[in-house]
Design a protein around this ligand. Structure first.
Ligand code: ZN
Length: 277
């Protein structure tokens, strides 16, 4: 009974906040911020980026900490699969600092994914002109702001780490923990938790990773708040064809396949793009 009511509530919530990837030109009409000069995603090209070496390493706090999976929520909100950490103790919440982030600490808000209907379609950022199947976004907010809502659009408010995944027939995928849950969140409003323990870095292996693009942009969904620092890793990880099939079997609120949930590239408008090597 309760679960049915909650599902109805969530479905309405999603619907109220709804936007369509099919009609992205409407975003700019309905939300002025989506017309801004510093929008995301953009095309990232190593030939035109400013290359910088010797940048101190980003510190990943709690990325290797074992978190009880029952504290990690997974939701199909109609536009993506969202993994959230609201139920995780503050002492165990993943955070990033140092490197190009300066002294502030940024706590994990959520992880979500963007994907396409075939292997060369799905990532939001085009890397040297190439699109892959899937892009994960690890969204962090500055701890000096009380909430994500509070941090949005603020100076040093939000940092997103983006990780591309290339579709392969065989290989080693690190996303099986998420993929195994997708059947449980097939429909919009479905929610579940992780099984067993959750260790974030086993999904992304970011600690030793160099070679990332960095630029100032926005959230890639309405209302498109700017002042977001993007760190986009250039090396694509492996996602299996069979796993992408499961992502593509998810459903939107209207029952249609949840696919092609990526925003088209926005104008760079002279922005500096840095490549950290
Ligand atoms: Zn995103």
């Amino acid at each position: 009974m309760w679960s049915t009511l909650i599902t109805i509530f969530l479905t309405r919530l999603v619907f109220v906040n709804g936007f369509s990837y099919d009609n992205q030109t409407a975003w700019k009409k309905e939300h002025t911020k989506c017309k801004g000069n510093y929008q995301s995603p953009i095309r990232l090209d190593r030939k035109t980026a400013i290359i910088i070496g010797k940048v101190p390493e980003i510190a990943f706090l709690n990325y290797n900490t074992v978190i009880g999976g029952d504290r990690v929520d997974v939701l199909n909100n109609g536009n993506t699969i969202r993994i959230s950490f609201d139920q995780v103790d503050n002492s165990k919440k993943p955070m990033v600092k140092d490197g190009p982030l300066g002294r502030d600490q940024f706590v994990m808000e959520d992880i979500h994914f963007h994907w396409g209907s075939f292997p060369t379609r799905g990532t939001e950022h085009k890397l040297d002109g190439v699109s892959y199947s899937l892009e994960a976004h690890l969204v962090h907010r500055n701890v000096k702001y009380e909430s994500f809502e509070d941090a949005k659009g603020k100076e040093n408010g939000i940092v997103v780490l983006a990780v591309p995944f290339k579709e392969k027939s065989e290989g080693v995928s690190t996303l099986s923990g998420v993929v195994n849950l997708l059947e449980k969140v097939k429909f919009t409003g479905n929610e579940t938790t992780f099984h067993g323990n959750f260790v974030l870095d086993k999904m992304f292996y970011l600690k030793k990773e160099k070679l990332y693009f960095m630029y100032e942009g926005s959230l890639t969904t309405p209302v498109c708040d700017e002042k977001v620092l993007w760190i986009v890793y250039s090396k694509a990880r492996c996602v299996l064809k069979s796993e992408m099939f499961k992502f593509r079997s998810l459903k939107r609120i209207d029952g249609e396949p949840l696919i092609n949930n990526f925003r088209k590239p926005q104008k760079p408008n002279g922005r500096k793009v840095i490549l950290v090597v």
